[in-house]
Each structure stands twice: as structure tokens, then as C-alpha cells.
Design a protein around this ligand. Sequence first.
Ligand code: DC
Length: 237
Amino acid sequence: MSKPRIIAIDGPAASGKTTLARRLAQALGYAFFDTGVLYRAVTWAALQKGEDLQDEARMTLLARTLDVELRITETGETLVWLQGRDATQELYSPQVDAWVSVVAAHPGVRQALKDVQRRLALQGHIVVVGRDIGTVIVPEADMKIYLDASLEERARRRYEEARRKGHSVTLEQVLKDMARRDALDASRATAPLRPAEDAYVLQTNGLSADEVFEKVMQWMRKKFPNSNKTPAPSATS
Ligand code: DC
């Protein structure tokens, strides 16, 4: 085998998963699937309907019956179509941000969303990003990466990103919200956030996106000696 079939990337919010996944997908010519959009889609639909997001039975039913279509574009983005239209941008509203960890902690919701994630991942040639990809969704993934960084560093990255997008937030707010979401993601009974035993773990504190990418490519070249997109030139003339 010269390339991994499935690359699983897990880790907490703002640990650098999406940036790394995009770059790997581009370098290898793979699709990129961000599984967080599914939990966000259920949260979005529940908010639209004015449902009680703490009610596991209601949220599970919603997850099972959700009219959602995922489209992975040529450039590797995951677009989310809900009720017949592209709702991708709305999934990142502050309201969805505030509730999504609560919805994602319901075991019934996780079970309901498992099959669709597995089916997409098993198509192969894909980089799958989430919290439990290497441990629960596709434990058979042949390259697992777990990115981490301190709460302060991750909050600073999110804060800077929000400011760049013109949102008026304070660093304290972002830090507080992230700590709350971290605690929910890590303490939930089903599929809590943790690295798979066979994952490569990288602390990204102080590392640039380039450095993270290079480190992961090094690991990958070692594990899959021909993992470059471009074939080597033929030795014969
Ligand atoms: O990565 P994100 O911020 O889009 O994730 C949104 C929420 O969904 C976050 O609370 C973690 C949760 N999530 C999860 O529990 N499992 C996944 N595979 C992906 C996301």
C-alpha cells in the first residue's frame, strides 16, 4: 500500500484539525469530510423548530429524520444542504455554537449519525475530521492523527479568527465558552474526546500550520513510503 485509505483527524476545537485536513486532502488529492457539520445540522434544525435541545429523545428523532444532504465539492469542502438549500454558513452562527456540544452529547444522536459518517468514510481516499473518528466511527482508519493545544492557545486562535471575520467578541468570552464546550465534549459518557491508542499525537502549541503539516507528512511518508500525489519519474529513459 502506498497511501492511507482513510485519514482520521481528531482533537478539541481550534486545535488545527481543519487547516491540516484541507492541506492533506489537497496534497493527496483526497476528499475532506468535516463530521462536526452533522451535529451542527441537528442543532440548527432544532433551533429552527424551537425544540428542547436537552431532550434526548426529541433530538435523536430529529437526527434520524433530518433532511440533510452532504455534498463534497471538487475543492474538498463539505457543503450541507438542509431542507433543499445550502445552509452551510448558518451552521456556524453563535447560537449553533452555543448549543452544539449539548446536542452532540446525546448518545441517541451520536448513534443516529454514525452510519452516514461511516458510509462516507469507507468510500476511502478521504480525510475525516471530528472528535471520535479514530476511536468510534472508523477505528479501522489506517492513519490516525490527534491534534491538541492548550486552552489558551486555542482560544486565542478562535478569537483572532472571529476578529478577522469582523465579529465583536472578547478573548475572555471565547475562552470561557471554549472551556465549557471542552468540558462537555470530554466528559460525555458516549464517545468522549480522547486519542485512539494507535493515533499519532501532536501538540500544536506554538507551531505554524506549515510545521504541523510537515510533521504529519513526515509520519505519513514513514508509514506509507510512497505517499506523494505525484508519481516519481520513471528510472528508464
Ligand atoms: O468541530 P466542530 O466545532 O464543528 O464540532 C461541533 C460540535 O460537535 C462540538 O461540540 C464537538 C461535536 N462533534 C462531535 O462530538 N463528534 C464529531 N465527530 C464532530 C463534532
